[in-house]
Design a protein around this ligand. Structure first.
Ligand SMILES: [Zn+2]
Length: 389
C-alpha cells in the first residue's frame, strides 16, 4: 500500500467513525454513561390538581402572546416502588387540599385570586382511595419546596422521611416572613439531604446520585428554578427511563424543538402543515420561514424561553436555562421520556394511577405526545395571538 492509499484508508476509517458517532448521538441511555442495570422501579402518576394562573404566563414562559396571558397547569405526583427493597416513595405531592393554609408567600396566589383550582383531592386521599396505606410510603422526595409540590407532609406518619436537594431553603414562616414552608412541613419527619458533593456520577453534564445503589433511580441536581431543585431518572425497564422533570421547565415549548430532537423525533406531516399557518411569524421565526408561513423544520432552538422578567418563577433564569439545556438532551434520546411537573401538553396522553407508566416506550406514548404542544387543539398551544388590542 503506498502512502496515498494508506492516507485514503485512514480518511475512510475516520469518516466512518465520525458518521457512525454522529448517527448515534443520543440514541441510547448508554450515550450518557449511565451504567447498565436490570434493576427498575415501578412508576405511577397522579394528576393532583389543575391550576389556572390568571395573567401570570409571563412569569413562566416568554414570549407571552396576546390572548395567552393566563395559563393552566396540571400537577403531577409520582409513586415509585422499588420492589427488591420493598420501598415506596413519592416524588412531589402537588398541592395540599387546603392551600389557603400555606405561608403568605404561597397563599397570596389564592387570596389574591391569581390561582384557581378545579375541585380536587390531595394526593394522600388519592393514594388511600387507591388502597395505598400512607404508612407504607417510606419517603417523600420534593423536587423543590414550592406550595404546588410539597403537599401536606403532616398527613404522612413520622416514619415517612423527607428527601430534599442539599441547597433547599428550609427556613419556615413566620421566622422567615417570606418562607414558602412552615413547621408542619417538617414536623416529625427525618430530613435527608441528597449528597451530590460526594457522588462521582455525571450524566449529560448533570450531577447524579444512585439512590438505591442499583441503577434503578438516580436523583439529579438541576438548579435554577430554585436553589436545590432536583429531578430524577427512574429506570422503568432495564433500557428505558422516565425523567421526573419537576419545574426544570413548565412548558414543552421551552424544551422543543432542538436539532437532535428534530432528528430523532421528526415532526409528523400533519403537524408540519398545520403549524405553517397556526404559529405566528410575528413572534417566531426560523431560516425556512416566510411571513405568514412558519417553518418548524428549520427552527433550531426551542420556541419558548425561561422567563427572566422581574417576577419570574425562576429564581436564577440563567442557571435554569443551562439545566434545561442539559435535561433536554435526554428528550432527544429514544430511551427517555420527560414528564415535567406541569406539562399540560401530555395531560391527556399519559396513563394515570392505578396504571403504570413503565411501558411508555413500548406503547408509543412519546411518539404520540412530543409534538402535541404545537397542535392548535392542545391546551399547551400558545403560539398564535388572538387578542391584539
Ligand atoms: Zn416551582
Amino acid at each position: 500500500m503506498n502512502l496515498n492509499n494508506a492516507l485514503r484508508s485512514v480518511h475512510v476509517v475516520l469518516t466512518l467513525l465520525i458518521v457512525s458517532h454522529v448517527g448515534n448521538a443520543w440514541a441510547s441511555y448508554r450515550d450518557f454513561d449511565i451504567p447498565p442495570s436490570n434493576a427498575t422501579v415501578d412508576l405511577r402518576v397522579f394528576n393532583v390538581a389543575n391550576m389556572t394562573l390568571l395573567n401570570d404566563t409571563h412569569a413562566f414562559i416568554l414570549p407571552t402572546l396576546p390572548g395567552h396571558q393566563s395559563v393552566e397547569y396540571p400537577m403531577y405526583s409520582f409513586l415509585l416502588e422499588h420492589k427488591t427493597s420493598g420501598t415506596r416513595m413519592m416524588f412531589d405531592l402537588g398541592i395540599r387540599q387546603d392551600p389557603e393554609n400555606t405561608p403568605p408567600s404561597a397563599s397570596f396566589y389564592i387570596t389574591e385570586g391569581i390561582a384557581k383550582f378545579e375541585p380536587y383531592k390531595d394526593v394522600t386521599q388519592l393514594l388511600q382511595n387507591g388502597g395505598i396505606d400512607l404508612a407504607s410510603i417510606n419517603a417523600v422526595i420534593w423536587s423543590h419546596a414550592h406550595f404546588d409540590h410539597v403537599g401536606d407532609m403532616s398527613k404522612f406518619p413520622n416514619s415517612t422521611n423527607l428527601i430534599i436537594g442539599p441547597a433547599t431553603d428550609t427556613s419556615v414562616y413566620p421566622g422567615n416572613p417570606n418562607a414558602t414552608l412552615q413547621a408542619s412541613d417538617f414536623a416529625g419527619h427525618d430530613i435527608v439531604k441528597v449528597d451530590f458533593a460526594s457522588s462521582k456520577l455525571i450524566f449529560g453534564g448533570l450531577k447524579a446520585v444512585d439512590h438505591f445503589g442499583d441503577g434503578s433511580l438516580y436523583l439529579v441536581d438541576t438548579p435554577g428554578h430554585v436553589a436545590g431543585h432536583l429531578t430524577a431518572l427512574a429506570r422503568v425497564t432495564p433500557t428505558s427511563f422516565v425523567v421526573l422533570g419537576g419545574d426544570a421547565f413548565h412548558h414543552a415549548g421551552q424544551a422543543r424543538p432542538r436539532p437532535l430532537f428534530q432528528k430523532n423525533f421528526p415532526c409528523p406531516a400533519h403537524v408540519l402543515e398545520e403549524t405553517k399557518t397556526s404559529i405566528s411569524t410575528e413572534f417566531f421565526w426560523s431560516p425556512g420561514s416566510r411571513i405568514g408561513s412558519f417553518d418548524i423544520l428549520s427552527r433550531a432552538q426551542a420556541l419558548l424561553s425561561i422567563s427572566n422578567l422581574p417576577d419570574s418563577v425562576y429564581s436564577d433564569p440563567i442557571k435554569a436555562s443551562v439545566s434545561l439545556d442539559k435535561i433536554t438532551s435526554f428528550d432527544a434520546d429514544p430511551d427517555f421520556f420527560i414528564v415535567a411537573a406541569h406539562d399540560i401538553s401530555i395531560r391527556s396522553a399519559i396513563p394515570y394511577f392505578p396504571e403504570y407508566i413503565n411501558d411508555w416506550k413500548a406503547s408509543g406514548v412519546k411518539e404520540r405526545s412530543v409534538w402535541a404542544f404545537v397542535e392548535a387543539s392542545n391546551p399547551a398551544f400558545v403560539f398564535d395571538s388572538f387578542n391584539t388590542n
